[in-house]
Design a protein around this ligand. Structure first.
Ligand SMILES: C[S@@+](CC[C@H](N)C(=O)[O-])C[C@H]1O[C@@H](n2cnc3c(N)ncnc32)[C@H](O)[C@@H]1O
Length: 560
C-alpha cells in the first residue's frame, strides 16, 4: 500500500500475497509500518499459519475484507455504516504522513513493527479478560543502533522488576512496556523500542521478555499511560511518575459500582414511585415545585452553571469538620457485628450527611436538566501522579477548578460489611489493603440483615477516586451522597441498576496541578479498626495523626 506525501495526491493500493515459508515464529503476527524519505508509507502484515494446521489456504482479498468487516461489527461493535477496513488501513498511512508533515518539514525514513501477542489464555479466574493483540503504537523510526524511536506511544505498562540477562528477545512471547529510565536495568537485546530523544522522557519503551507467563495481576496492571480509565469516562485520565520507577498498582477500572457477591441490592422500577420523580419540563433548577428538589427540603443544590451552591456546600463541609455533632448511633451496628462474631462492641456512631437528590429517567425533565450533574460524568481534566511525600499515587487537577465543582464519584465493588471484614483479614495476611467506604446512612433504622449492610471497596475494582489521598480536616474535596432514582437511603443513591453513588466536590478554588484530597474521616487513635492504619503524611496543620488530639468518631472511610 503506497501513499503520496500530500493528502490530495494520495493513493491507496491493497494487495495480497502469501508465502509458503514462515515469516515469523508459530502463531505470531506482525504489522510493519515503513516510510521513505519520499513520503511513501508502506503497511505490511505478516502472519504464520503454524498454529492452525498445514491445510492453510490463502483467502481472496474480498473474503478477508468481508470477514474483517463482520468482525469489526460483531467483536468491536463498530456500527458506523461508512466504516470499511480498507479505509481504516488507508487512514493508518494517512496518519503516518500527517504526523510526519505536522511535526517535521523533512519527511523521515523509518519503520516500526507491531507484534501481536495472545494472552487471552491468561484470563484470571474472575474473568479479567486477557489482552489480545498489540496496542496503540504510534509512528516510529529505526535509529543507527537498530532500536526504534517512538515518537509518541500510547501503551500498556507492567510494573516489573529488572529483566534478567538470561532473557533473549523475541516478539512471540510476553510484551512488556517500561518507562525510559527503567531501560537502564534491561539488557539492550531485550529492548525492542526505546525512545531516544530526551524530549520523549514520558514516552515508553516496549520490552520483550520471552517465555514470560503473564499473571492475572500483570494483566490488571497494564495501564495506558494516556488513559487509565480505558475510555470509560468522558475525559482521558493520564498517569505520570516523575519520582520513581513505580507503575500504578494493578486494578480494574470500573465506571459504575458492581456487586461483589452477597450484597442484596434490590432496585426495580416498581420501587420508584411517582413521589420519587418530578414532572417538570425544562430545568428543575428554575422550577418552584420540583418533587426531586423537595426531597432535600426544597433546597436546590446546584447553580445554573452546574456548581454546588455555596450554602449547601458549606453545610456539607461543616458536617465533615464537626462529625461529633452530626453522628447517630445504631442499636445493632452491622460494622461491629461483622468484626466481633457475636460479641457486640459499642457503636462509635455514623455520620448523618446532607444528600442531593438528582432527577432521573422517570422524571419529566431531560438529561440537560440543571439538577443532573453527577450523572453527566467527569468533566474536569485530571491526572494520576506519584506523590513526593510518601503517600504513593495521588490524583491532581490539570486545570483550575472553582469552588463547588463536581470532580468524580467514588466507585468500587459493593460488599456486605461481613465480606469487607473477611477481605480485610486476608489483606492483613498478605500485606495488601482495602479502600473501603461505608454506606451507613441508614444504619439507625433498626436491625439489618448482614446482606443489607453495605460498603464499597475500590482497591481492586474502582474508578479514579481510588487514587485520592486523605487529608485531615482541610481537604479540598468533600464527599456528598447522591440519591437518584431510589428512595431507599440504605443504598444512598442508586443509578441505573446496582449502582451506588458517593460524589466528591471541591471545597474551595483549586489551582491547576494541586493534588486533590478528601478527609477519609479516620480515627487515628482507633487501633481496633478492621484495617491497618497508615502513618498520615497529609501535611495539614490540622493533622489528626500528628496531633492525636482531635478524636474523630466518624467511620465514613476506614482506610487501609
Ligand atoms: C484510597 S488509596 C489512595 C491511593 C494510594 N495512595 C495509592 O497509591 O494507590 C488510600 C491509601 O493511600 C495511602 N494514603 C492516603 N492518604 C495518605 C496520607 N495522608 N498519608 C499517607 N498515606 C496515605 C494509604 O496507604 C492508604 O491506604
Amino acid at each position: 500500500m503506497k501513499n503520496g506525501i500530500t493528502r490530495k495526491q494520495q493513493g491507496c493500493n491493497v494487495s495480497m500475497t502469501s508465502s509458503h515459508h514462515n515469516t515469523n515464529k508459530e502463531g505470531a503476527s506482525d504489522v510493519v509500518i515503513a516510510s521513505s524519505a519520499q513520503g511513501e508509507v508502506k503497511l505490511s502484515l505478516s502472519c504464520s499459519s503454524a498454529l492452525h494446521g498445514s491445510d492453510f489456504r490463502m483467502p481472496t482479498q474480498e473474503q478477508l475484507l468481508k470477514m474483517m468487516e463482520d468482525k469489526c461489527l460483531q467483536l468491536y461493535k463498530i456500527t458506523d455504516p461508512t466504516f470499511s477496513v480498507t479505509k481504516m488501513l488507508k487512514d493508518i498511512c494517512d496518519s503516518v504522513l500527517e504526523f510526519t508533515t505536522d511535526s517535521n518539514d523533512d519527511a523521515q525514513e523509518g519503520s516500526m513493527t507491531i507484534s501481536s501477542i495472545d494472552v487471552s489464555k491468561e484470563s484470571d479466574v474472575n474473568g479479567t479478560p486477557g489482552i489480545g493483540g498489540s496496542k496503540d503504537l504510534d509512528t516510529g523510526s529505526h535509529s543507527s543502533n537498530g532500536s526504534i524511536q517512538v515518537n509518541s506511544f500510547s501503551a500498556l505498562v507492567s510494573p516489573r522488576g529488572p529483566i534478567s540477562p538470561a532473557h533473549q528477545s523475541s516478539l512471540d512471547d510476553a510484551v512488556l512496556v517500561s518507562k525510559m529510565d527503567r531501560t537502564d536495568d534491561i539488557p539492550q537485546s531485550d529492548v525492542r523500542m526505546q525512545p531516544e530523544d530526551p524530549m520523549y522522557t514520558n514516552s515508553l519503551s516496549l520490552v520483550v521478555v520471552p517465555n514470560h507467563q503473564l499473571t492475572a495481576d500483570d494483566i490488571r496492571s497494564f495501564h495506558d499511560v494516556n488513559d487509565l480509565t480505558k475510555g470509560e469516562e468522558n475525559n482521558q485520565i493520564s498517569w505520570v511518575n516523575e519520582s520513581t520507577n513505580d507503575f500504578p498498582p494493578p486494578f480494574s477500572y470500573i465506571p459504575q459500582n458492581l456487586v461483589f457477591q452477597d450484597a442484596c441490592v434490590k432496585i426495580s422500577l416498581s420501587r420508584i414511585g411517582a413521589e420519587d420523580c418530578c414532572s417538570c419540563i425544562g430545568s428543575c433548577v428554575l422550577s418552584t415545585n420540583c418533587a426531586c428538589i423537595e426531597k432535600t427540603g426544597g433546597e436546590v443544590a446546584y447553580t445554573t452553571k452546574g456548581l454546588m451552591k455555596e450554602e449547601f456546600l458549606d453545610e456539607c463541609i461543616a458536617i465533615s469538620h464537626n462529625p461529633q455533632q452530626h453522628c447517630f448511633y445504631c442499636k445493632d451496628c452491622p460494622l461491629e457485628r461483622s468484626k466481633t462474631d457475636g460479641c457486640l462492641e459499642p457503636c462509635k456512631g455514623h455520620l448523618k450527611r446532607k444528600f442531593i437528590k438528582e432527577c432521573w429517567s422517570k422524571c419529566g425533565c431531560g438529561k440537560q436538566c440543571g439538577n443532573r450533574v453527577i450523572q453527566r460524568g467527569i468533566a474536569c481534566n485530571l491526572q494520576v501522579f506519584f506523590t513526593s511525600e510518601g503517600k504513593g499515587w495521588g490524583l491532581r487537577t490539570l486545570e483550575d477548578l472553582p469552588k463547588g465543582a463536581f470532580v468524580c464519584e467514588f466507585v468500587g465493588e459493593i460488599l456486605t460489611v461481613k465480606e469487607l471484614h473477611e477481605r480485610n483479614m486476608k489483606c492483613a495476611e498478605n500485606g495488601k489493603s482495602t479502600y473501603p467506604i461505608l454506606l451507613d446512612a441508614d444504619w439507625d433504622s433498626g436491625f439489618m440483615k448482614d446482606e443489607e449492610a453495605l460498603c464499597l471497596d475500590a482497591a481492586s475494582f474502582g474508578n479514579i477516586a481510588r487514587f485520592i489521598n486523605h487529608r485531615c480536616s482541610d481537604a479540598n474535596l468533600v464527599e456528598i451522597p447522591i440519591q437518584m432514582e431510589c428512595p431507599d437511603r440504605r443504598y444512598h443513591h442508586v443509578r441505573r441498576y446496582l449502582i451506588l453513588e458517593f460524589a466528591l466536590f471541591t471545597t474551595r478554588k483549586i489551582a491547576a496541578h494541586e493534588e486533590l484530597t478528601w478527609d477519609y474521616g479516620i480515627d487515628f487513635d482507633d487501633h481496633d479498626q478492621p484495617v491497618k492504619l497508615f502513618q498520615c503524611k497529609c501535611g495539614s496543620k490540622f493533622c489528626r495523626n500528628m496531633k492525636r488530639s482531635n478524636r474523630s468518631t466518624r467511620s465514613a472511610l476506614i482506610a487501609g
